[in-house]
Design a protein around this ligand. Structure first.
Ligand SMILES: [Zn+2]
Length: 374
């Protein structure tokens, strides 16, 4: 996939940056730092000399700074110009391929959000699987890549068995570079698990705003419900005996948490009628939809609910009903998605298709071309 050309281009860019840095060394300092657990954008800004009046100016730009999902281990860039006194911090929102630059200079401060055109290089990882498969992938790449590797098999009926019993694993992932510096991993494009006698492959089909892992050997499973988001990234599973991350009490987690950047679309998992919409202390902004056969889905922690929706409104599968946020009891932006069957909570994942309904045609066509080509 043109990785040689990319590597050559990357070499050139790296040289250019080195030359630029050496020439301006006295004036400009560039430093890379890793996000530590528990750090937020505002705590990092304070540590970097942003005073309250600076923060006031930054926040007055109306960018939802505290909703950017900073992931521990992610890198951000610090630039400081000794002559002008300009200090800039650049954060990356990799899933959105954007960056956020926050700056201060004397009494002035501000922030800008920018779409980035990162340099992409493909990298192949492999190894022996065995007991600590995800731990090994985390050591080779990082935690989020290990989670996404697991996500690629997550909706297969036997995913746990596949992960536990495989002998060998392999995956191809995008590495993203900003001006020659590695800033993080992009999408996993392909995953492979080899058991004693079988190979299990998943291919990532990208579409605007996300993508889904499909099995090229089986037509994408069309289960009763469709994904409520453009990219299924499970950060917390359905669990009857979970310890709550905020209250620390043993509280069952009666849905799945799907990690998504704030503002991304939330889609109805199936046709239905809105039965509840509002706001509560724990769930934040939420909406619930009743479907046929005694099913009901609910969508919590939303940033917004579409204003045309009220109790009694009909909704179609794949219709946008709101956006991902972090309202209510929430530590970082995600959708809490729950499913009830005859008023009892059940695990939604075994009933979920890997993509939202409005991507059905697109994914189906991609699968056909993959299946023909393989
Ligand atoms: Zn949840």
């Amino acid at each position: 996939m043109g990785s040689t050309a990319t590597a050559a281009a990357l070499g050139k860019i790296t040289e250019a940056v080195v030359a630029d840095t050496v020439g301006a060394e006295a004036e400009q300092q560039v430093q890379w730092q890793q996000v530590l657990p528990g750090q937020s954008i505002s705590s990092i800004l304070k540590e970097n000399g942003f005073r309250n009046d600076h923060l006031g100016r930054v926040y007055s730009e109306n960018l939802p700074l505290d909703q950017f999902p900073l992931i521990p281990g992610e890198r951000f860039q610090k630039r400081w110009n000794r002559v002008s006194g300009l200090k800039e911090l650049k954060f990356y929102i990799i899933p959105k391929r954007t960056s956020l630059t926050v700056w201060r200079q004397k009494d002035q401060a501000g922030a800008t959000l920018r779409v980035e055109n990162f340099m992409v290089k493909l990298r192949n990882f492999s190894g022996n699987a065995g007991f600590h498969l995800l731990g090994r992938i985390e050591a080779q790449a990082d935690r989020s890549i290990a989670n996404r590797f697991s996500d690629s098999f997550r909706l297969s009926g036997n995913w746990q068995e596949l992960l536990n019993k495989s002998k060998h694993y392999q995956f191809v992932v995008e590495e993203l570079f900003d001006n020659g510096t590695f800033i993080g991993f992009g999408d996993i494009l392909e995953t492979n698990l080899t058991t004693a006698n079988e190979q299990h492959r998943r291919f990532f089909v990208a579409y605007p705003g996300g993508g889904a892992f499909i099995n090229p050997d089986i037509q994408p499973a069309q289960r009763l419900f469709y994904s409520p988001v453009n990219y299924l990234r499970v950060s917390s599973a359905f669990n009857q005996r979970r310890r709550h991350p905020i209250t620390k009490r043993r509280t069952p987690h009666l849905g799945v948490d799907l990690e998504m950047p704030s503002g991304e679309g939330v889609y109805a998992a199936l046709d239905g009628i809105v039965v509840n919409v509002g706001r509560s202390r724990a769930a934040g902004k939420y909406i619930a939809i009743r479907h046929h056969h005694g099913f009901e889905t609910s969508y919590n922690h939303l940033l917004s609910v579409n204003s045309n929706l009220a109790v009694g409104s009909p909704v179609a599968a794949g219709e946008r009903i709101g956006s991902v946020g972090c309202t209510g009891y929430c530590t970082s932006p995600h959708l809490h998605f729950a499913l009830k069957k005859e008023k009892r909570f059940v695990d939604p994942l075994p009933l979920l298709t890997v993509y939202p309904y409005h991507r059905k045609k697109y994914v189906g066509e991609k699968w056909l071309s993959l299946a023909r080509g393989l």
